[in-house]
Design a protein around this ligand. Sequence first.
Ligand code: IPE
Ligand code: IPE
Ligand code: MG
Ligand code: MG
Ligand code: MG
Length: 324
Amino acid sequence: MTENHLELVQLINKRLEERNYGSEPKELYDPIRYIMSLGGKRMRPLLVLLAYKLFKDDPETVVDQALAVEVFHNFTLVHDDIMDNAPLRRGKATVHEKWDANTAILSGDVMMVKAYDMLLDAPSNLKQIVRDFNACAAGVCEGQQLDMNFETLATVDESAYINMIRLKTAVLLGFSLKLGAMLAQSSKEDAELLYDFGVSIGIGFQLKDDLLDVYGDQTKFGKQVGGDIISNKKTFLLLKALELANEDQRKQLDYWLGLETFDAVAKVEVVRAIYDAIGIEALTKAKMNEYFDHGFSDLEQLGIEEEKRTSLKRFAEYLIDREH
Ligand code: IPE
Ligand code: IPE
Ligand code: MG
Ligand code: MG
Ligand code: MG
């Protein structure tokens, strides 16, 4: 990230720290304070503010709306961790591990409501913003359901996978950028171009997340490495491996994917070794770069100064190289 990005992230974090989500019963609100205090990249509110700054100079006036997107994102993480049976988030215990699943469900629900509250004071375009937010939120749920449906399928094709990650992950990045544009009352064309840019880099971003889930350093990544392999997630890595495996590799994959109970460490080791033998990491990186490049060409069409375009480009490059 550049200096300018870090300054905006500081602004976001400062306003998040000042935020009061509610107090009683504390079993409902403590998990919200907990998950929101664990950090994270804060990239979605940053995208809101970066998009806003393309058109206007007073981002501090729309921080609440940017935070709405971060609270919504954290709500999806709390519920996603239940669905994925994930023990770790941002290097700490997940909410359902630290408390229990019911607590995580209900705290998540109220976070969704708080996110709406924070959107309500939007200085302009409120009706359109809520309509777009709703479309995005329904899309995320659709993507999450597909992600779970795919766990029990033998394999899925690439286009089905891309559609699933577009929904579960990319539309929220697109919405974040479009929200910034709408708050700044940009032209409709620019708002749509920013949305398309966000969706393209969002798909690249999820491909990178899938890669880190297999090849990341757990202390940096902050999530359980190997989690996707353990739960038979149809990631790009797995579907390419299923497509390209030789007979022996295919047998081993089918064996481990079919086991109901297994040694998690052994499963991750075997599947990763097959990925290594096939060269899955390079194939995934190439696919990721394809989507980021697509995003960069969306960006070229925006009618903005070169310096501002560069700021968004730098941020996307940071996402390509990230380790967490
Ligand atoms: C995690 O999002 C969920 C995905 C869509 C992969 P982030 O990687 O943005 O998580 P934080 O907010 O930085 O922790
Ligand atoms: C995340 O997909 C999508 C949403 C949270 C909506 P993942 O399940 O891959 O995200 P992580 O890896 O747990 O952050
Ligand atoms: Mg998930
Ligand atoms: Mg998950
Ligand atoms: Mg993941």
